[in-house]
Design a protein around this ligand. Sequence first.
Ligand code: PLP
Length: 511
Amino acid sequence: MGDTAASQTPTFSLEGRRTPVDLSPEEFAEMGHRLVDDVAALLAGMRDRPLGPGETPEQIRTHLNASAALPEEGTDAASLLKETTDLLTTHSVYNAHPRFFGYITAGAAPIGILGDFLASALNPNMGGWSLSPMASEIEDQAVRWIADLVGFPEGGGGILVSGGNMANMLGFWAARAAKAGWDVRVSGVAAAGAKALRVYCVRGTHTWIQKAADLSGLGSDSVRWIESDGHDRMDLDALRASIVADLAAGDRPIMVVGTGGSVSTGAVDPLPELRALCDEFDLWFHVDGAYGAFAAAAENAPDDLRALSLADSVALDPHKWLYAPLEAGCTLVRDPGALLAAFSYRPDYYYFQQDAKNFFEHGIQNSRGFRALKVWLQLKQVGRAGYAKMIAEDIELARRFSEIAEEREELEVFGHSLSITTYRYVPTDLASRRADPAVGTYLNELNEAIQGRMEKGGDAFVSNAVLGDVYALRMCVVNFRTTLEDVIALADITVDLGHAADDELRPDALR
Ligand SMILES: Cc1ncc(COP(=O)(O)O)c(C=O)c1O
């Protein structure tokens, strides 16, 4: 007993407590001003910097001193912040660079950067309204504005999440709860007498669906990958046949996932027809609009995309085409109770007002950050017309690139949809021999090498798409800093790198 009491006696005093994590108001202000100046300079000089460090993982680890042990004692905060700013600004890939065309990753809108700072300073816990009264209402308003921007009907529900994967998963879980036909949240997917639940999507759907099927207990085998119609859009006859076959086998189809802008090529599924099929078979209709949904606000987007307004749930990604800093995804549901029906529990250790929205009940997270602020600030700063214009310009820039590339003898364009153009470099003397399998293999290697060299060189950044047997380069404009000169430059950069790589890599047999 005595020993225990002794071991609990603190060796320190609480008199005049001063903690090593705190900063004086003066220190904080000075460090903050300096940081803002450094970030402003970074953004101002972005165009003139190499897009990435072009360093190997080993070199990056050396700069970080990656193997260093946890420091026992702390260090001066001001110099730490300055050194870290320098470390990051010299060894990062800048998705804010006007020639960043990779994946679907936007540079952060300046007011969003500041919004994240303000959000962290207030640090409201967005799980419960009473912990975040104004902040929760701001999230609710931001979600309603997002719905309005893309033409999703009023009166539904929604929530902000970390990104597209999570936004889609929430739609998936809402579908599972709504359409399983028994209380799947209580009894599970393996309930007595339960039928196997089936979901349908076009081949090429983003990998979130495998994770969702896996983590929700359906298993990834429950995903029916429907063939496309040759333009990366779901083939409706194949979809119908798959549903009918599953029903005949005694399984239970629950949802169809339509893609509103595919990750590889920007293809948009025939969303109106998918809605009709879902009605016919009483299925949940979810749209993965993580990439493309916001383009529904733009005049030059495919009409089919606007039919996302017919969905039961839609996933969107403000950190893509609203140019919000990572992380910000959003799930919208037509039925305002659908997320509660999928996620709500009310433990007795929470006392939250019931006349307001407690976001922890509408999703998976409990404690939640104020990601809504940056999104809300941006929507308010830019407005509907501003977003419609920026997104339309991004689409037009990708289309113009496809025209520019088509005019170049050495570039082959595969297609353009939304703000993605897929293309590759083909040496002129090999163009007529493209069908030869050895040439095809070499062209794949060559274009992969071009992509790698571009990334290392730092003049531009593209990613890739695999189109059948072809390794294609893929440029995607989700970038409010990109200009026409930048897409012209991308064609030049690709051709120059192509020439150089072909000189070095071409096997003798193909010379
Ligand atoms: C169509 C589609 N769905 C889902 C995702 C996943 O989004 P996130 O990376 O924000 O999780 C992406 C990402 O590019 C996407 O393009």
